[in-house]
Write a protein that binds this ligand. Structure first.
Ligand code: BGC
Length: 729
């Protein structure tokens, strides 16, 4: 054959194999993407040997599994999540591979995304980060994390989406859809009940069925059913005595009740037993042993629970291939959705658009907690000398924190962004004030504090930028916090700064607040979570009014730790073996409202540089049948002078119930963007689902007839109007 002839044939074959084009009869059905996916899966499965099926369902490196090379089914690659695509690691270990082309865009932490209460931004986060996963050759994105914020001690709260199941579930579903629009599977984690890091590898969670279904599962359910997640990761902890990565109860809920058709993946090292992994729905095993090299042959991938031990058991007749076929089928489905999908886009990395996406999320995630005397936004020309104090003004917060550690291409520091924004309109000085250096050195800490105080005496305005970082025992995987006080002795600096009686703005970072007995004396406070690559820019834009803040708290900020139900009535961290969630369904605002405790800042709270007026809600009906959809419309007006966004919240209370119910539960939210003087309507729909509770007596969701009250508010504690209706018998 002449060279031009072979080139012609290659081009012809490629063309014929493209989507929507007729495929030659010789192309096997599993490669023919004009056939239905399930047919292709059947065909591929029928061609596979027992050994190939076994190989498909467990790792052959730290983050990949081999696919089926003989059939041209490629390796499957996963990477963390959630703040950015993790750097490349060594084949067999957690060590960095030392690549120089794997830095990424750092997105704001998921808590910040949750604080936006913005569905479009959640989708945008998913689409944007998904493009980076895709460009980096990943098929599974190990994000979003959606475990409920049960208490402020959990080290991984920053990777999750707050205390309310509806808010977390809606935003997670959008993020999943965005990620998967790239032909990359979102892997929702950690299913289920990972609410603390202390004892995470063994602790057994004892929780009522009702709290499980009403609080801890709904976000997963939404991400699976509405988001259509293609993968779910198990948690390390136990539930009903069984490890969550192969738990018969959780597996039944996921695969039977919710009809999840994707891949259930172990957390890295979360598999503990072959028999349970086989029977209880574990589809892919990752990270069981550190490696197959330094720890020797005994720890190689062949020894994974779903590897040789499983193969052996099938050969000895202890299992049929029924479970194996189901697992392989699910992994193949994942392949056809991702790395066998020739239509998926190419993705992109570190694009200007991605930086803009990260910045847009953070701008809406920052929460204006208080603003006495309208100190914010700042007009630099009013102040001759501005002093910035605090380590987090100049400290990388995209680093550390465990598996979500990000090698960001860059991270804009708040101090640099503030200097850029102020320009020549005022002088800006910076003093660190405190340090998180470990081990603490009292002499260093004292001198940093004194330097800051000396500079503050000369300043006209102080901006303190502190809070947590991602060091062990702060916001990080594997460790919980050890106390609720201000970290790194920064409260001592703050106390003294407050005494100087200068205008002072406090900016805190982190997933969790800390005790602030002196906060009443601080006029302006912002909470900024972790802002990612453009965190500094977004913060400066809020401080100086380029951006009107519109974030609201996705968690309750307690006055003291004992105001949290999990701490006051539940158990934390348990006795090393078990932890009892005695607070039951009363998590976050559901607890403080029941106990009439005033939090420092309530769930749903966040201020703006403008003001909003809420008109009376209109109900489409005041009597509702079980099959009806009740519509609630609320006119909201911007009554101030600046354009702004308002998150209108709908809470519901069940007045006549056979079971105790929370005083209020979030059942809807709408984020409106309003010009000065503009009015728009927020519309909510209520069905029997929103009225239901999980009845343990029947194992069903039940909406009981009787009176319900709708509360429309700007936060859970700032209710502007109420209205009631009745559900008919
Ligand atoms: C974490 C997961 C993570 C995995 C892979 C585990 O330790 O719990 O969230 O995705 O490691 O890095």
């Amino acid at each position: 054959m002449k060279p031009y002839q072979s080139i012609f044939i290659i081009i012809l074959c490629n063309w014929m194999a493209g989507a929507g084009t007729p495929v030659a009869a010789s192309v096997p059905p599993y490669l023919n993407d004009s056939l239905p996916m399930e047919e292709r899966i059947d065909d591929a499965l029928a061609r596979m040997t027992l050994e190939e099926k076994i190989a498909l369902i467990h790792a052959h490196s730290k983050f990949s599994s081999p696919g089926v090379p003989r059939l041209g089914i490629p390796e499957i690659w996963a990477a963390d999540g959630p703040q950015g695509v993790r750097e490349e690691l060594m084949w067999d270990s957690w060590d960095t591979a030392g690549h120089t082309n794997d830095s990424c865009t750092a997105y704001p932490a998921l808590m910040s995304l949750a604080a936006t209460w913005n569905r479009d931004l959640a989708y945008r986060y998913g689409r944007s980060i998904g493009e980076e996963f895709r460009y980096r050759g990943k098929d599974i994105a190990l994000t979003p994390g959606i475990n409920i914020y049960r208490h402020p001690m959990c080290g991984r709260n920053f990777e999750y989406m707050g205390e309310d199941p509806l808010l977390a579930g809606i935003l997670a579903s959008e993020a999943v859809k965005g990620i998967q629009s790239n032909g990359v599977a979102a892997c929702v984690k950690h299913f289920a009940l990972n609410n603390q890091e202390t004892d995470r590898h063994q602790v057994n969670v004892i929780v009522s069925d009702r709290a499980l279904h009403e609080i801890y599962l709904p976000a997963f359910k939404k991400a699976v059913i509405e988001g259509g997640a293609w993968a779910v990761m198990g948690a390390y902890n136990r539930y009903k005595g069984q490890f969550a990565c192969h738990n018969e109860y959780l597996n039944k809920i996921l695969k039977e009740d919710w009809q999840f058709d994707g891949v259930f993946i172990s957390d890295w090292g979360g598999t503990e037993d072959t028999e349970q992994a086989v029977r209880n729905g574990l589809d892919m095993e990752f990270g069981t042993y550190t490696d197959g090299l330094s720890s020797g042959e005994a720890n190689a991938y062949d020894h994974y629970y779903l590897a040789r031990p499983y193969l052996q058991a099938i050969k000895e007749g202890r299992f049929t291939t029924r479970e194996l076929d189901d697992k392989a089928r699910r992994v193949l489905r994942l392949c056809f959705r991702t790395n066998m999908n020739r239509q998926r886009p190419f993705g992109s990395l570190n694009s200007p658009q991605h930086a803009a996406d990260a910045q847009a999320i953070q701008e809406e995630g920052i929460v204006l907690l208080k603003n006495e005397g309208a100190l914010l936004p700042l007009e630099p020309a009013q102040y001759g000398k501005i002093l910035v104090v605090g380590e987090n003004a100049d400290f990388m917060l995209t680093k550390w924190g465990g598996s979500s550690n990000v090698k960001a291409r860059y991270e804009m520091m708040p101090i640099d962004a503030i200097r850029n924004r102020v320009g020549s309109r005022a002088t800006v000085e910076y003093r660190k004030g405190y340090t998180s250096d470990w081990p603490p050195q009292p002499a260093v800490q004292d001198s940093l504090r004194e330097e800051a105080l000396a500079a503050a005496r000369q300043a006209d305005l102080i901006i303190f930028i502190g809070g947590h970082n991602k060091y062990p025992n702060h916001d990080t995987e594997s460790y919980d916090r050890t106390g609720s006080g201000a970290p790194f002795r920064q409260d001592e600096v703050l106390e003294e700064l407050v005494r100087l009686r200068r205008p002072i703005v406090l900016v805190t970072m982190g997933a969790n607040q800390f005790d602030m007995p002196w906060s009443d004396r601080i006029p302006a406070m912002l909470h900024a979570w972790y802002g990612g690559s453009e965190g500094g820019t977004a913060l400066a834009d809020v401080l100086f009014g380029r951006v009107n803040p519109s974030g609201k708290l996705p968690v309750t900020f307690y006055r003291q730790l004992t105001d949290c139900g999990a701490i006051a009535e539940g158990e934390y961290p348990g006795d090393g073996q078990n932890v009892r969630y005695n607070e039951d369904i009363f998590v976050g605002y559901r607890y403080v409202e029941k106990e009439h405790i005033a939090p420092a800042f309530p769930f749903g709270h966040g201020l703006s540089y403008t003001t909003f007026a809420y008109g009376r809600p209109q109900l489409s009906q005041t009597v509702m049948e079980h099959t009806d959809t009740l519509l609630v419309t609320v006119p909201v007006s911007n009554t101030g002078k600046k354009a702004g966004k308002e998150i209108v919240q709908l809470y519901l209370s069940d007045v006549q119930s056979t079971l105790p119910r929370p005083m209020k539960e979030l059942k809807g939210f709408v984020k409106l963007s309003l010009e000065p003087g503009e009015t728009q309507e927020a519309t909510f729909s209520i069905t029997a689902e929103e009225l239901s509770f999980y009845d343990e007596r029947t194992g069903c969701w039940t909406a009981e007839p009787g009176k319900f009250v709708i509360h429309i508010g700007a936060s859970s504690a700032d209710i502007r109007h109420t209205a009631s209706f009745r559900l008919k018998e």
